[in-house]
Ligand binder design. Structure first.
Ligand code: COS
Length: 404
């Protein structure tokens, strides 16, 4: 895809800025953070300073005031080099911040969004629980109203930024008899785990209350996205003021479903980035690696693999940017987002496995980044809705009206 045909000068400037940052600051440390599983605080602070943690939000709210395509370009470009840095942009922006931008009151937006958009504070999204994975309505966390406050009890699992983040939007059941209409959402604040923060100064915002009883739990030891922080969130008798409820009572499920629709375009962009990164590595390796007296790129068997990788990536890019364009232009985009997420996450897996095969024995070692890319690709078929859930969502769109 010739970017210049579709992108404005501003899009190209965002792409080039992220490309340069990823090359200079992320590529040299990606393998080290993958191995140590530490959060790359210093790089994340720099990304905040570059405006990468608030790309689509208005300048009034402290954002960069750019469009959704710019945001997708940034995720895509970062993930070519490292998916953990890429998911930080996406989870913080779409999952952690967009519910407040989209469903918050003016006071909530003014209070929380500038902190998040500038990257001074990291945000996250608490939906998943042991009993509420693909069945997002299976939430057991409760919010019981008493004297104008809510008392929240329960826990969330697999939450990106649970340890390093301070502001979270979470779901809890406010009316157990009302099904999905009995789920509400809340903005909650806690202390961040600042170990390994190094010289970074973000993540310790004095104006945010640390809610008693709200804390992060066990950190996950993951296959991929290892430099991204994933933990439990635990709520023990946490008192939350009514002014922290996000949207009307009972609106939490629908608001979170809408948030996930948009999040899926981000995962498509991230998946494509991983796949393109793996293709770039494979092109370079195949041109240099010699067997039988010539570069392996001269063999058709390798050329066919490279061509298939490029063809799928090209198709995926059209799906992802089309879904982003629909969302940006306020058109319905739920089906297209699910299609893009499904196709791009699965092609990322196929592409990274091919990349390892092209690298042969070297691809199976940590001397080359393709094994990390394969591990990072796998979660794209699971997070923000599994491939199976995407197929359910797509089928529901296709059959809407036909089966009633
Ligand atoms: N946008 C707006 N509204 C939506 C919606 C969406 N994307 N999806 C569902 N809703 C609405 C429905 O229209 C329905 O409203 P009404 O009762 O007024 O008609 C309500 O929400 C309940 O929807 P539904 O009956 O479809 O809920 P289900 O329990 O059947 O769940 C799926 C639907 C499977 C689609 C949902 O549970 C889901 O997306 N699961 C995956 C969750 C996920 O991605 N988890 C990963 C999180 S990692 S960050």
């Amino acid at each position: 895809m010739d970017d210049s045909l579709y992108f404005s000068e501003q899009h190209i400037a965002v792409r080039d800025m992220v490309r340069e940052f990823a090359r200079d600051e992320v590529a040299p440390v990606a393998a080290r953070f993958d191995a140590s599983q530490e959060f790359p605080w210093e790089n994340i602070q720099k990304m905040g300073e570059l405006g990468l943690l608030g790309i689509p939000w208005s300048e009034e709210l402290g954002g960069a005031g750019l469009d959704l395509l710019s945001y997708m370009i940034a995720i895509h470009e970062m993930a070519k080099v490292d998916a953990s840095h890429g998911i930080t942009i996406s989870a913080h922006t779409t999952l952690g911040t967009s519910p407040i931008v989209n469903f918050g009151t003016r006071e909530q937006k003014e209070r929380f969004v500038p902190l998040l958009a500038s990257g001074r504070v990291l945000g996250g999204f608490g939906l998943t629980e042991p009993s509420a994975g693909s069945d997002a309505a299976g939430t057991k966390t409760t919010a019981v109203k008493k004297d104008g406050r809510y008392l929240i009890n329960g826990s969330k699992i697999f939450i990106t930024h649970a340890g390093v983040g301070e502001i979270f939007v979470i779901t809890a059941v406010t009316d157990p008899k009302a099904g999905t209409k009995g789920i509400s959402s809340f903005i909650m604040t806690k202390e961040a785990d600042l170990s390994h923060r190094g010289t970074a100064t973000i993540g310790d915002e004095p104006s945010l209350p640390r809610m008693a009883g709200f804390r992060a739990g066990k950190k996950e030891d993951k296959l991929g996205w290892r430099a991204s922080d994933t933990r439990e969130l635990i709520f023990e008798d946490v008192e939350v003021a009514e002014e922290n409820r996000l949207g009307g009572e009972g609106m939490g499920f629908i608001n979170f479903m809408q948030t996930l629709d948009a999040g899926r375009i981000g995962i498509a962009a991230l998946s494509l980035g991983i796949a393109e990164g793996a293709l770039e590595q494979s092109l370079r390796y195949a041109s240099e690696r010699k067997q039988f007296g010539r570069p392996i790129a001269q063999f058709q068997g390798i050329q066919f693999q490279l061509s298939d990788m490029a063809t799928e990536i090209e198709a995926g890019k059209h799906l992802m940017f089309h879904a982003a364009w629909l969302a940006q232009n306020k058109r319905p985009f739920g089906k297209e987002a699910a299609i893009a997420k499904l196709f791009c996450s699965e092609l990322a897996m196929r592409t990274t496995i091919k990349a390892i095969q092209i690298h042969g024995g070297y691809g199976y070692t940590k001397d080359y980044p393709v094994e990390r890319m394969m591990r990072d690709a796998k979660i794209c078929e699971i997070g923000e809705g599994t491939s199976e859930i995407q197929r359910v969502v797509i089928a529901r769109h296709l059959l809407r009206g036909l089966l009633d």
